[in-house]
Write a protein that binds this ligand. Sequence first.
Ligand SMILES: NC(=O)c1ccc[n+]([C@@H]2O[C@H](COP(=O)([O-])OP(=O)(O)OC[C@H]3O[C@@H](n4cnc5c(N)ncnc54)[C@H](OP(=O)(O)O)[C@@H]3O)[C@@H](O)[C@H]2O)c1
Length: 309
Amino acid sequence: MLPRIAIIGANGFVGRHLVDLLAREERPCLGIVRSEAGARVVRERGGEAFKLADLDGSSTGSLVPALEGSAGLVYTASVSAVAGAADRTDPSGLVNVLDACRAAGVRRCVFLSGLGIAHYGMNPHCTNPYFLAKMAGEVALFRSGLEAAVFRPSYIFGAGDEFLSPLIRRMSEETAIEIPGRGDYRLQPVSVEDTARAILGALDAPASGSPSVVDLVGPEIVSYRALVGRIARILGRAVDIRERPVEEAQALARDGGYFGLRPHDLACLLCDEVSDPGPVASLAGGPLEPLDRMLERTVAALARGEHAP
Ligand SMILES: NC(=O)c1ccc[n+]([C@@H]2O[C@H](COP(=O)([O-])OP(=O)(O)OC[C@H]3O[C@@H](n4cnc5c(N)ncnc54)[C@H](OP(=O)(O)O)[C@@H]3O)[C@@H](O)[C@H]2O)c1
């Protein structure tokens, strides 16, 4: 029997697809979630669910017996201990989980960070509490003594994501689409299926004795403006692009959201971070899904009403 993998946030976008992959490969999977609805998502996909209300010290004690027998853990949640905590950069939630891993004999942990972290303090769009929290999380993992694998994602695309799917829906309904600034900042989307395969590859890789950090990027770099054009072509619609000054978009994001984007979501879009996709392809065990194919599949899934998790 292959060793069990535990997932914190197993009902989330990446977590769900990881549960699917493990189920397809007939590998045991423990999905750690904080609601009954989350537990249902895990069970329906073939995983075993474990409910944990929060990641604070009083809750994570019960995690130790639950984690026993797991070889690795994937941490997809925010780093803070309590949902909606004011100080989201406090890594105590992750630290509590790492303590539980050590006590339960779990050897390896994968942490989902953010692609802009390497330019914190250098690129203004990478210098905010979101990237600081990710940095605190990486440090906590590196200090834990566990075998550490960090993924720093650009955008992860697929049915049920919170970026591409809403954008496609908006573009299906409107004849004009507003973008922040000129839209020349670049993204490097990777499919959620390739993401799951790369994470599993990192969990199964031989121990190297030092932490590994991988920029989780897809095979093609595309500007946001070009991405909008590509989606319009796939939808078969003429969509007019209207530019809103970046400062105005940022002010709207601060005042309750800019088309659903919070300030740090908008910063991630504007941060213009790209990297080498080679290490992801190697961990995923093959060529990465081309961008047009990701877009076509997401458009088709939305048309079939398959957006909801
Ligand atoms: N998706 C992307 O394009 C992208 C890009 C860059 C970085 N990332 C990072 O990758 C990770 C996974 O992304 P995702 O899109 O899968 O996120 P997601 O859909 O929001 O899923 C996050 C999961 O973590 C759980 N969670 C969040 N805070 C928690 C807490 N304090 N205690 C316990 N559970 C908690 C959520 O539970 P509930 O369902 O109960 O809320 C959910 O299951 C995130 O850390 C994100 O920052 C993602």
